[in-house]
Design a binder for this molecule. Sequence first.
Ligand code: TRP
Length: 362
Amino acid sequence: MKQNKKIILTGDRPTGKLHLGHYVGSLKNRVSIQNSNDYDEMYIMIADAQALTDNADNPEKIRNSIFEVALDYLSVGLDPKKVNIFIQSEVSALTELTFFYANLVTVSRLQRNPTVKNEIKLRNFEANIPVGFFTYPISQAADITAFKANIVPVGEDQLPMIEQTREIVRSFNRIYEEVLIEPEAYLPTSKAALRLPGIDGNAKMSKSLGNCIFLSDSKEEVEKKVLSMYTDPNHIRIEDPGNTKDNPVFTYLEALVEEHHFQKYWNEYHNLDELKAHYERGGIGDMKVKRFLLNVIEETLAPIRERRAYYEERPEEVIKILRDGTEKAITVANKTLKEVKEAMKINYFEDQTWLQTGKKCE
Ligand code: TRP
């Protein structure tokens, strides 16, 4: 089914506060879509039900992260007047949709999902994969389709989820009726932003690895982290040629730096290419590059910190935002569920032909 509206939906699992990787990989993108005003509806979901699929024994962690993630959203500049922020588990239609869509997906198809495969390995589930976890791509399809979202801003690792959703939509529309919308992923344009490495050089910034710069870190914490970042281990003396690939300091710069930063903080160079060329030739110390990166990160994080302080002092405002957003989400998702049930012909009490069945037998 085609739709002329631009409906955007995305979400995050609340398993901890959000970090710089989330910012460059996704949050920044969301804010710029919001500020472009080039959309009709935008939903941002705190995916607590999905987070529970591999945290069944740790509900406290999820519960405690909901408020943190909401604060992160608001502090990066997502505006509750323009976007609808809501809590997944409160929207029961999503669970119902998941149950119906599950009939359209085979076990082997889920087994082939590269993201699920990878996550199963990472979590050492082996033979003990929770069914809920194994089937979360189906629930993610419910999240997306319940809002008729056609644009889903996500990181690259989520592409298999979008593909799975598209398949479910096609099956549903073919078997029943054209009710659902096929979504498309919307990836960040910068390669570096697709996956920000950890400050220790590990390929992924992740809370469990302790290598993150959090959006809520203080200025002092950020300074400590940036100045201790892993760089090119073979770049020992200043005059040594340096490697800018696999060097997180440069990956971060790639994801964050803009030309105005050079004018403001390091006007010996006009752009990152010039700085990189010099570093590769040799003659620039790591500390100098790190100081520059610190300025760039601080320029990004300072306004985020300020907005966070505002909302931290007004928790009831945050809760109202979540409550209103969730109410709106419930209304929209219920409407889709109704259409889905109608298409599946399981809307018995609203279906005049079904209500007449008994009479025909008279
Ligand atoms: N799987 C996403 C993540 O781990 C979170 C998520 C849940 C999501 N439902 C979604 C993202 C729907 C986009 C659309 O980050």
